[in-house]
Design a protein around this ligand. Structure first.
Ligand code: SF4
Ligand code: SF4
Length: 340
């Protein structure tokens, strides 16, 4: 089995394969509980969820009632002020059946406005969480997001225990500044999107890329027992990347190139209210979901996307120079085909 790692400056010892709680919101409670219990039985002791992930917290709460092993629980709030943050925390605790949570994170700090509301202003969400921590409802506070520069600012300006960032072998910008700084500051490191939101099909390679580093918790989303078993087997092998695997990663990086959306949200807002990052992920949804689920998750996003005026305001804002209007067209066509 992979070695446990110390979670930042806390005294928690965490297995580096964590449980990402988004996908269980799409399956029945029975299947969700089975997946969580299977993961924990296989050594996973870190579960990440969010109040915004449908009924994920409730399903995890149900699984926890049947688990005797101690598990480190992490959830998050997208609240924009201290009152909402407190309300979210209390709801998360109720959903999970806990009196205190190990880690409560600010969910997706992705713009200057978010930074102000979630972190900086007098009645920010962070202030609400700090108050709750002083009352013993939260053990540690963390921050999450897709925009490395905002995360860097957050961890420099405030006292977070952990940072959760987008990280996989095709989205590895964090290696440049965020990771070295977070390591220097001894923060808990949580890699979200280890499979690039479904873009990477080479699960073993993608997980090994993160796990072999020895200090990062990867939290792939898991909804079936089969996925749990596969991920556990990869983590258990605890193998270093071989020379040929490193070559394969270089090859895939070249093949996939830079032409994919990192979900940073810098392109927003769109004057036509198009949920650009969501629409540009259609392929990853399609690969993983039934047509019914695609319709459920994307139905209301596709119609506005057909109104793209090709004004290119978003293109000017995108730091990766993505040809967004063209990509929107391609994704809309794929989604409609799948939903037909
Ligand atoms: S090009 Fe399309 S998606 Fe981009 S801002 Fe204009 S209308 Fe919105
Ligand atoms: S289109 Fe560009 S700016 Fe918008 S979320 Fe994707 S990568 Fe970020």
């Amino acid at each position: 089995m992979a070695k446990k790692i110390t979670f930042g400056s806390t005294d928690h010892q965490i297995y580096p394969l964590g449980f990402g709680g988004i996908p269980i919101s799409r399956v029945s409670k029975k299947e969700a509980v089975k997946a969580v219990k299977g993961a924990v039985a296989g050594g996973v002791n870190f579960i990440d969820t969010a109040i915004a992930y449908g009924d994920s917290e409730e399903k995890i709460g149900a699984a926890l009632k049947e688990i005797e092993t101690e598990v480190f629980l992490a959830s998050k709030t997208p609240a924009k002020n201290s009152k909402e943050a407190r309300e979210d925390l209390e709801e998360s605790l109720r959903n999970l059946g806990l009196e205190k949570i190990n880690l409560y994170q600010l969910h997706n700090v992705s713009s200057e406005e978010d930074y102000e509301n979630q972190i900086a202003k007098d009645n920010s969400a962070l202030k609400g969480l700090q108050q709750a921590k002083s009352e013993g409802l939260i053990e540690h506070i963390g921050v999450t997001g897709h925009a490395d520069d905002l995360l860097i600012r957050a961890i420099k300006e405030e006292n977070f225990a952990s940072v959760q960032f987008c990280y996989n072998f095709i989205e590895y910008e964090a290696e440049e500044k965020l990771l070295p700084l977070a390591r220097e500051m001894d923060l808990g490191l949580i890699a979200m999107k280890p499979l690039a939101g479904g873009r990477l099909e080479q699960v073993d390679l993608a997980l090994k890329y993160i796990l072999h580093q020895g200090d990062i918790i990867a939290i792939p989303g898991m909804e079936t027992s089969q996925e749990v078993e596969e991920n556990l087997a990869i983590a258990a092998a605890q193998e270093k990347l071989t020379g040929s695997e490193k070559e394969k990663i270089t090859e895939l990086r070249e093949e996939i190139g830079d032409n994919f959306c990192r979900r940073c949200g810098y392109c927003l807002p769109c004057p036509e209210d198009i949920a650009i990052p969501m629409v540009l992920r259609v392929d990853s949804f399609i690969n993983r979901m039934t047509p019914e689920k695609v319709a459920e998750w994307l139905g209301d996003k596709i119609e506005p996307a057909e109104n793209c005026q090709e004004c290119e305001i978003c293109v000017e804002r995108c730091p990766f120079d993505l040809p967004i209007p063209g990509l929107i067209k391609e994704n809309v066509a794929s989604a409609k085909k799948r939903m037909d």
